[in-house]
Write a protein that binds this ligand. Structure first.
Ligand code: CA
Length: 288
């Protein structure tokens, strides 16, 4: 587990992150393994209001998981997103320096290998598996909708000056739409790496370089490697990354190899035995 956040090219850091442990859920043999609550929030609004909104989202998540750690992760995530939205919206009802603010939020709960992801906005979760990088979350942006409709290519979306204009965020409306946040459930395989990040990272680091920084080298340095990479590319925005690495299993290579070599190792002695019997037979034959 590793995390890093950097002010990047801005004067304030309006990203906020959460890395916390969660206890097992359930009792007895039905209990899950303990795990983590991870989140990245990318706040927006003038006069440092983005910073306030991002922090509110993260604090609400932490509070709700501390209050009710045994609840179903997907349900608790949905409730936390709703409560965070209300708090941020109510706080942004004023005018002037208290004017509207908002934030993205991507949050992950893990219990052993079981992972639940919730997202609103354009902060992302990625999965690196078998040397491929997949974006798990959907961006709630105008350009992502255009790509989904086929009226814009992914490359055009990446280069659009409006690429960061959001269609959904926490704090912009009194209520979160009933279909939101998006919820994704995945099961980690050995050696998978899960990345949460703000747009400050993926705006300046292409996927192939992201995959390399994420997977090559020690997992505990991966978040810092990614943030350093974005900063070295003159990131104009705040940059945040959290990396969760699934443990390599002891059984995996052993099981695969046993399946492959099992027959061979059985076959070789058998062939050797047959040859030995033939030689012995020949020796006896000639001896007679
Ligand atoms: Ca940002």
């Amino acid at each position: 587990m590793a995390s890093a956040t950097h002010v990047g090219g801005r004067s304030e850091n309006e990203d906020a992150i959460c890395v916390a442990e969660v206890p097992p859920v359930g009792v007895g043999e039905a209990a899950t393994e303990g795990g983590h609550l991870l989140a990245v929030a990318d706040g927006m609004g003038g006069y440092q209001r983005g910073e306030v909104a991002a922090k509110m989202a993260i604090d609400t998540l932490r509070e709700m998981f501390a209050e009710d750690p045994g609840a179903d992760p997907a349900l608790l995530l949905k409730q936390a997103f709703r409560r965070a939205n209300e708090k941020i919206y109510e706080n942004g009802l004023g005018t002037g320096q208290d004017a509207m603010m908002g934030t993205t939020l991507v949050a992950v709960v893990t219990h052993g290998k079981y992972v639940t992801i919730a997202s609103i906005g354009d902060s992302r979760a990625y999965l690196a598996r078998a040397n491929r990088l997949t974006q798990i979350t959907k961006d709630h942006t105008i350009v992502a909708e255009q790509v989904a409709r086929g009226s814009m290519t992914e490359q055009e979306a990446r280069e659009s000056p409006h690429r960061n204009v959001l269609t959904h965020a926490l704090g912009h409306r009194p209520k979160v739409e009933s279909k939101l946040p998006d919820i994704f459930e995945i099961t980690l395989l050995p050696e998978d790496r899960l990345l949460l990040c703000s747009d400050g990272l993926y705006d300046v680091v292409p996927d192939d370089e992201m995959l390399r920084a994420l997977t090559e080298g020690a997992p505990e340095d991966a978040a810092q490697r990614l943030v350093d990479l974005a900063v070295s590319r003159n990131a104009s925005d705040n940059v945040s990354a959290i990396v969760l690495a699934a443990l390599p299993t002891r059984e995996k290579p052993a099981v695969l190899e046993t399946a492959g070599t099992g027959r061979t190792s059985f076959l070789l002695p058998a062939i050797a035995a047959v040859i030995l019997i033939l030689i012995l037979a020949a020796v006896f034959f000639f001896a007679l």
